[in-house]
Structures are given as structure tokens and as C-alpha cells.
Design a binder for this molecule. Structure first.
Ligand code: HEM
Length: 512
């Protein structure tokens, strides 16, 4: 095996030299100087790769910059116009994905975000559209509004667990949309397993982290092989992913057979699409992607929102004044209020700009192309640094500062046009995501004051603004307090939560 491995590395090196010598006449983008075999591996930072890539792009070029990894050449894009030109203008060429061998062998082979741009992907996106179109999402508004009231009640009861409450609220919504599932209790195994599956996803889909992604032959190593820690991670991940995708879906099928399924995405698609094993598998993965796509991204966004409000009381006060003036004190804000709450909407935009949840988007070209005079061979790994675009000081002055006001100025480019991706692979859940995050932010502001936690001497401790290094950008854990703004506000929360509990759209708790 070792001999095979060494031969593969040498073959890759020779092949890349041969290719480069053949390409003497073609123009490749500039980039940091690579070493033989290792490329720029030794230049790569241990954390915040997007920041280093932005710094390199300032030297080598924002449009296309070449970064070499062992066995792989990446073109990094740090300019919005180029992203739009390629991902939207030339979407036929740039809608594919690099091969993530590590993730595929960890159980995520058919996961929609990893699919190449083929007929399976097109079918999957067609299926998803039925449950996530703007019209479908509008039908979820009452559900999302009601969940916010239940969330506020739990936040008041156990404020220290706020991150967990975000996850449970988003998880409830995702389970409802994907499977019609409710009844998630404190110890619900399904949500816990899904959280674990997302942790594995974030670990195994990590551009540049796994050598096996650039040298797929390594995947043939047995798990007992020294240094084959990645094989052991794959083996731990697979059963968790299998349970996450299979268990709720099989439950929907059982409900359908008993005639008790409701209008969730999976039961609707199972009934409306023709019966075919391949299509059924695509429906299963479409439902999974709604479930997995939703709760971590929503939790991370709302965690950053809480962090921002704690650190920026002036922005919090302005948003609260707007809500008090427009919505009043007799009801909670609703998603439908978004257009009448421009400052709260600006806070939402600034969260997505200041801390984009996904900092870099991986894509792959599917045929040879040329852009700005640079040659892009088929199969090139294209990495869009959306964090760099959203932190460009020429577009967003003082980009490291949290300043919602910038979005009230005419002509400021909307960060939501970037944070959810582009073209044929744009996030299909963006309407749900924006509706739920807006509703939760506005409801929290209407009813609580968010403040820093205090130390033993009663002094406020400001959280450090730092993200954890992961596929999804979460703030490092921090403490804060949630003080009810008034007795009347809490009475309103209880009234709305009581009303939400009385609604008939609950399903029976699914059997284990
Ligand atoms: C805070 C929220 C969210 C953010 C910032 C976000 C962002 C993104 C981004 C940047 C992409 C890649 C787009 C591209 O390659 O151009 C993506 C893909 C995806 N998102 Fe989201 N997302 C969020 C919430 C959601 C939700 C709520 C769902 C499901 C209901 C979802 C489902 C998906 C799926 C299935 C894909 C893969 C699409 C494909 O590869 O064709 N996301 N998301």
C-alpha cells in the first residue's frame, strides 16, 4: 500500500509538471510561490484561512489567485463581480463541486451540497423547490411566528442555554417542514443524532484539511493503518448519518401507509412523484438537506446576533425603539412586519455581512474555460471567498465594525446577495433562513434586554469577538444575560406561547 501511495504522489507530481510544461503558453493566475510536491501547504494558516486568502488576494489578485495544494490546484475568487460572472453568467461551467472523498466515505455521498452538477442535482433542486419556494415558505410563516413565542418562553426559563434553545427552535421548524415531525422533547434522539451528523459534516467537509481529498487513493487504506485517523472518523460518522437520513423518512412512509401523514415536504413528494427507487432516494436526501441545512446555520446566525447586541447596546436600543413604535406592545413582531422595520432588517443584513456563516464556497469547473485572460482547466477547484467580499473596505467602510446603519444608505450592496451563494447552487433555504432569523431577532428585541454577563465583582464581561474554526462560523461560546423588558412583555410571551400550544397542527409523537 505504501508503495502504491508513494507511486501515486510521484505520478501526481510528474503529471502536474507535464501539464504545466504543456501550459507554457497559457496564462495561469498568479499566487504565492509553491514548493515542489507540497505546493503552498506550508504557507497555509492553522485557522481563519479566509483572512489569509484575503491578504494574499490583495497581493496577487482579487479576481483569480492560484493556490497549490498537494495534488490539487485551487483558484480563489475574492471579487463579487467575478463570482457573478462565473457562477451566474457561466453557470453551465461553474455549478459543479470538487470531489470531497473524505465526506463521501463518511456517509454524505448523496448530500445535495456535495453533488456534482448532474441530473441527480437537478432533480434534487426541483424537489426542494416544492417545499422551499417563496410561496411555500409563506405558508410556514404562522408556524415560524408561533415557534418564536415558545422559544421566548424557554429563553426566559433557562437563559443560560440560549444556544441550545436556538438549535431546538430551528430543529423543530426543520423537522416540521421536512417530515411533519413534532414532539421534539428535551432528550429527543433524532435531534441529538442530527446535531452529531452536522458536527461530522463540518469536520469532513473542510477545504484543504484532508489529504485524502487531494489523494483519493489514500481512501483505500485500512482503518488500522498507522496515521489513518481519518478512516476511523469515517467509520464513526457513517452510522450516525445513516440514522439521521433514514429514521425520520421511514417514519413518514409508515404514516403514509396508515394514511396519517401531513403535508410535509417528504410526504408530499412521496405522494406526488412517480414511484421509483432512485427518485425515492433523492427525496430522502432532499428532506435530509432541509433538516441538516437549517438548524446549524440558524443557530450560528442567531448566536452572532446575540453577541452583536450584547456588544452594541446602541444598535439594540435603536432596534427596540423601532419595534416599540411600529409593532407596539400588544403583540409580538411577525415576519410580515419585516418591510416596516428597516432598522431591524439592517441589523439582520449586518449580521450576515459581519459574520457570514459560510466564509468560503467551494465550486468546480466542469470544462476548460478562459477568464480575464487566465486559463481555467476543467475540474479546477474554485473557492469563492465570500468573507473577503463582505469585508471589502471599499464597499463596506470599516468592515470589522458592526454598523447596521450602512445598509440604510442608498447604494450599499445587499450582503444577502452574497451570503447565500450564487446561481444554480444558491442556497435553496434562504427564504426560510431569513424569515426565521428575522422573526427570532425581532421577538427577542421586543421582549428582552441583552446584556453582557457580570463577573464575581459585578463587572460586565464583554465577550471576545472570535469565531470557532469550522465549516459553519459560530462565535466561541460566551455568556450574557436576557432581562425581560417589562412584566407586560413576559405576560405577552406567555399568552402567545399558550396560543401556539393550543393550535391543532401538532402531530402525534412519532414512535421510536
Ligand atoms: C442562516 C442561514 C443560511 C446560510 C447563511 C446559508 C448559506 C448557504 C450557502 C452560502 C450555500 C452554498 C451556495 C453556493 O454554493 O452558491 C448554501 C447551500 C445550501 N443550503 Fe443554505 N444557508 C442557510 C440556511 C439554509 C436553510 C434554512 C436550508 C434548508 C431549509 C439550507 C439548505 C441548503 C442546501 C440544501 C444547500 C445546497 C444547495 C446546492 O448545493 O445546490 N440552507 N447555503
Amino acid at each position: 500500500m505504501l508503495v502504491q501511495l508513494l507511486s501515486a504522489i510521484v505520478a501526481l507530481y510528474l503529471a502536474s509538471r507535464l501539464l504545466n510544461s504543456r501550459r507554457r503558453n497559457v496564462h495561469l493566475p498568479p499566487g504565492p510561490k509553491p514548493l515542489p510536491l507540497l505546493g503552498n501547504l506550508l504557507d497555509m494558516p492553522k485557522s481563519e484561512v479566509h483572512v489569509t486568502f484575503r491578504d494574499w488576494a490583495n497581493i496577487y489578485g482579487k479576481d483569480l489567485m492560484k493556490v497549490e495544494m498537494p495534488g490539487e490546484t485551487m483558484y480563489v475568487i475574492s471579487d463579487k463581480k467575478v463570482m457573478v460572472d462565473l457562477f451566474e453568467g457561466r453557470s453551465v461551467i461553474y455549478s459543479s463541486k470538487p470531489t470531497f472523498t473524505m465526506a463521501e466515505s463518511s456517509g454524505f455521498k448523496n448530500g445535495i451540497p456535495l453533488l456534482p452538477y448532474d441530473s441527480r442535482l437537478k432533480t434534487s433542486r426541483r424537489l426542494l423547490k416544492q417545499g422551499l419556494s417563496p410561496a411555500a415558505v409563506r405558508s410556514y410563516y404562522p408556524y415560524i411566528n408561533n415557534r418564536a413565542a415558545l422559544f421566548l418562553e424557554t429563553l426566559n426559563e433557562k437563559p443560560d442555554d440560549f444556544v441550545r434553545h436556538f438549535t431546538r427552535m430551528a430543529g423543530h421548524t426543520a423537522l416540521k417542514i421536512a417530515y411533519g415531525y413534532e414532539g421534539v422533547t428535551e432528550d429527543d434522539r433524532l435531534l441529538e443524532t442530527a446535531i452529531q451528523a452536522m458536527e461530522y459534516f463540518a469536520t469532513v467537509v473542510s477545504p484543504g484539511k484532508w489529504l485524502v481529498d487531494s489523494l483519493p487513493i489514500l481512501d483505500r487504506l485500512p482503518s488500522w493503518f498507522p496515521f489513518a485517523q481519518f478512516k476511523r472518523i469515517q467509520n464513526q460518522s457513517k452510522p450516525v448519518v445513516y440514522e439521521t437520513i433514514t429514521r425520520p423518512f421511514e417514519e413518514v412512509k409508515r404514516h403514509l401507509a396508515r394514511g396519517t401523514a401531513d403535508g410535509s415536504l417528504s410526504s408530499y413528494l412521496l405522494q406526488s412523484e412517480k414511484s421509483d427507487p432512485e427518485l425515492e432516494d433523492a427525496i430522502k436526501w432532499a428532506a435530509t438537506s432541509v433538516f441538516l441545512g437549517q438548524f446549524d446555520t440558524t443557530t450560528a446566525t442567531l448566536s452572532w446576533f446575540t453577541h452583536a447586541m450584547v456588544k452594541h447596546p446602541e444598535a439594540q436600543k435603536k432596534a427596540q425603539e423601532e419595534i416599540d413604535r411600529v409593532v407596539g406592545h400588544d403583540r409580538l413582531p411577525e415576519i410580515e412586519d419585516r418591510d416596516s422595520l428597516p432598522y431591524v432588517n439592517a441589523v439582520l443584513k449586518e449580521i450576515f455581512r459581519w459574520q457570514p456563516i459560510i466564509a468560503m464556497l467551494p465550486r468546480a469547473s466542469s470544462q476548460d474555460d478562459e477568464y480575464n485572460g487566465y486559463f481555467v482547466p476543467a475540474g479546477t477547484y474554485m473557492l469563492a471567498n465570500i468573507w473577503a467580499v463582505l469585508h471589502d473596505p471599499e464597499v463596506y467602510p470599516e468592515p470589522e465594525k458592526f454598523l447596521p446603519e450602512r445598509h440604510l444608505k442608498e447604494g450599499t450592496p445587499d450582503p444577502l446577495d452574497v451570503a447565500f451563494g450564487f446561481g444554480r447552487r444558491v442556497c435553496p433555504g434562504m427564504q426560510v433562513a431569513q424569515s426565521q432569523t428575522f422573526e427570532t431577532m425581532a421577538s427577542m428585541l421586543a421582549t428582552f434586554d441583552l446584556r453582557p454577563a457580570k463577573d464575581a465583582h459585578g463587572k460586565e464581561v464583554m465577550p471576545e469577538t472570535k469565531g470557532i474554526d469550522s465549516l459553519i462560523n459560530f462565535p466561541v461560546p460566551f455568556k450574557c444575560t436576557f432581562t425581560p423588558r417589562s412584566q407586560a412583555a413576559m405576560e405577552l410571551v406567555h399568552r402567545c406561547a399558550e396560543h401556539a400550544r393550543s393550535l391543532p397542527d401538532r402531530l402525534e409523537r412519532w414512535s421510536d
